[in-house]
Design a protein around this ligand. Structure first.
Ligand code: MN
Length: 249
């Protein structure tokens, strides 16, 4: 056995909000190094949404989409399974790209047994229940019928719609108080109780941190993984617990 995999076995990595695009080659380069270095030999890698800045269908034509599929597949082929959960940017990512990259698609939320600890995985956008306008938008665009219709539109039209949606979301964000775009503690505690989980790992808010929520007399951990804009990082867990790593890009 090679020394790298001896060290990494027994660990599971969680990333989110990489927002990969051809326009941000430094983040892309760091992610590809992460796949070859940190994640190599790990028990699993979970990508909890917003791997891509935008995704308009599995015919998405950025170079980074092709390169990421090849690099992720190399990690999977080397024995580390990679799981993908949709974010609000890449919810159109479908089975074709998942198969190409070797990723297994996960529902949001998904509950796993992580070294014996019932752990809930989410992207995090559904926890921001104070943002009523966003939740209404999300319910509209994530209907199966709407998704099917969107997938059948011509590529150029999907590009235009994605650009409009992004511009709309940027201007809506600019007018919202910061705490509306964070998760609601009440919703976090409701979901943890409902799912009987002792730990929650999510992204989306770009506020990397470990929080503790007392639910039904037990302290439950909530880990928020970092975005990959001016920084990069992950949450890594083993049998002893989790740690958060954040570095400047
Ligand atoms: Mn997001």
């Amino acid at each position: 056995m090679n020394p790298t995999s001896q060290v990494k076995a027994g660990r599971t990595y969680f990333v989110a909000d990489l927002h990969l695009t051809d326009e941000r080659p430094v983040a892309t380069g760091r992610f590809f190094r992460f796949l070859q270095e940190e994640a190599k030999g790990a028990d699993a890698l979970y990508i909890l949404g917003d791997l891509f800045e935008a995704w308009i269908g599995d015919d998405h034509d950025e170079q980074v989409a092709h390169d990421a599929a090849r690099r992720i597949r190399a990690l999977v082929d080397a024995g580390t399974p990679v799981y993908f959960m949709h974010g609000n940017r890449d919810f159109m990512l479908a089975q074709r790209y998942a198969a190409l990259s070797g990723m297994t698609l996960l529902n949001d939320p998904t509950r796993i047994e992580l070294y014996g600890v019932p752990t809930l995985l989410m992207h995090g956008d559904t926890l921001c229940t104070d943002d009523i306008a966003y939740q209404a938008f999300r319910r509209r665009v994530r209907r199966p019928l709407i998704l099917t219709l969107l997938r059948h539109l011509p590529l150029a039209l999907r590009h235009r719609l994605a650009n409009q949606a992004r511009a709309g979301s940027e201007s809506a964000k600019a007018g919202k108080p910061a705490d509306i775009m964070d998760v609601s503690a009440a919703e976090v505690e409701r979901v943890l109780a409902e799912q009987q989980a002792l730990r929650l790992i999510h992204g989306h808010t770009h506020r990397p941190m470990r929080h503790v929520h007392p639910v039904e007399g037990h302290d439950r951990e909530r880990w928020v993984v970092p975005d990959w804009y001016a920084r990069w990082g992950y949450v890594v867990c083993d049998a002893a617990g989790c740690t958060l790593k954040v570095e400047a890009l």
